[in-house]
Design a protein around this ligand. Structure first.
Ligand SMILES: Nc1ncnc2c1ncn2[C@@H]1O[C@H](COP(=O)(O)OP(=O)(O)OP(=O)(O)O)[C@@H](O)[C@H]1O
Ligand SMILES: [Mg+2]
Length: 252
C-alpha cells in the first residue's frame, strides 16, 4: 500500500429503480472507503447491483440517496480522474486500433508522447495491431486495447466491470497479472467487479460480497497477501478462495 489516504468514499448510497407500478431497491446503505493505491474486488450474484454501483461511482448514473467523495471532494458527475472499463470494451468499430487507443486522451486533451505509446503497447503486447479494426481483433486483444486507452488517461481510480469475463482461462490469467504489474508500477487504485471467486481473491486487497437481494454489502474480507509473488499457488490463496465461496453461498 502506498499510503492510507482516502481516495474514494461512498457514503450511504442507495438506488431505487421504478419497476412497473412498484419500486425495486437495488442498492441500500452502501459504504465504501478506498485508499490511494488500494484495490477492492466486488462480487455477488447476478442482478445484485454490482454494475449499478460501478456506474454510480463513475458518476454516470445518480444514486437515489447518499454521497460520493473523491479526494475528500463531493462529486456527482464523471471526472477525468475516474476511468471505467465496461465488459463490451466500448471501442468504436469504425476506428482503427491506433485511433481507438488515442481516442480518450484526445477527447480529454491529455498529451501523449510517441515513447509513452510505444511502451504501453509493448507492456500490453498489442504492438503491430495499429491498422486493424476492432472486429479484426480477438477478445483478449480488444480488451488490451481498451485497457491501453484507459491507461493513457492516467486515472487515479480505475473501475472495471467484469473486464476479463469473456476470455479463455490462460488469457485471463495473463491479463490479471498484467493489471497487477501495472498497478504496482503506477500506484493508481482500482475497483473490479467480478463473478469469479479466484479473480476476486487475486486482485482485491479487500473483497466485498454484496447481498443477492436488497443490495447491501454483506461481508468484507481482508486479503493482505494478494500482491505476493506466486500468490495463486499458495495455501493462503486456496483458503481465501474457499472462505469467499462459503460467504457467497451464505449470502444467497
Ligand atoms: N435502468 C434500470 N431500470 C430499471 N432496473 C434496472 C436498471 N438498471 C438495472 N436495473 C435492475 O437492477 C438490478 C441490478 O442490476 P445490475 O446490472 O446492477 O446487476 P449486476 O449485479 O451487475 O448483475 P450481473 O452480475 O448479471 O452483471 C437488476 O434487477 C436490474 O434489472
Ligand atoms: Mg453487471
Amino acid at each position: 500500500m502506498n499510503s492510507s489516504k482516502s481516495l474514494l468514499r461512498v457514503e450511504n448510497i442507495s438506488k431505487v429503480f421504478p419497476n412497473g407500478d412498484e419500486e425495486k431497491v437495488v442498492l441500500s446503505g452502501i459504504n465504501i472507503d478506498l485508499a490511494e493505491g488500494e484495490s477492492i474486488a466486488i462480487t455477488g450474484q447476478s442482478g445484485c447491483g454490482k454494475t449499478t454501483l460501478l456506474l454510480i461511482m463513475a458518476g454516470l448514473i445518480s444514486p437515489t440517496s447518499g454521497n460520493l467523495f473523491l479526494n475528500g471532494k463531493a462529486y456527482s458527475e464523471t471526472s477525468n480522474d475516474i476511468a471505467l472499463v465496461l465488459q463490451d470494451y466500448g471501442l468504436p468499430p469504425w476506428k482503427t486500433v491506433a485511433d481507438n487507443i488515442r481516442l480518450g486522451a484526445l477527447l480529454q486533451k491529455i498529451p501523449v508522447s510517441d515513447n509513452e505509446l510505444k511502451n504501453l503497447k509493448s507492456q500490453l503486447k498489442i504492438e503491430g495491431l495499429d491498422h486493424l479494426y476492432p472486429h479484426q481483433l480477438s477478445g483478449g486483444q480488444r480488451q488490451r486495447v481498451a485497457i491501453a486507452r484507459i491507461l493513457l488517461l492516467k486515472p487515479k481510480l480505475l473501475l472495471l466491470d467484469e473486464p476479463f469475463g469473456a476470455l479463455d482461462a490462460l488469457t485471463r490469467e495473463r491479463l490479471q497479472k498484467l493489471l497487477l504489474n501495472i498497478f504496482r508500477q503506477r500506484g493508481f487504485s482500482f475497483i473490479i467487479v467480478t463473478h469469479d471467486v479466484e479473480e476476486a481473491s487475486l486482485l482485491g486487497r479487500r473483497i466485498m460480497v454484496m447481498d443477492s437481494n436488497g443490495g447491501g454489502i454483506n461481508t468484507v474480507i481482508d486479503n493482505p497477501g494478494f500482491l505476493s509473488e506466486g500468490y495463486r499457488d499458495t495455501q493462503e490463496f486456496f483458503e481465501q478462495v474457499k472462505q469467499l465461496r462459503e460467504v457467497l453461498k451464505a449470502s444467497d
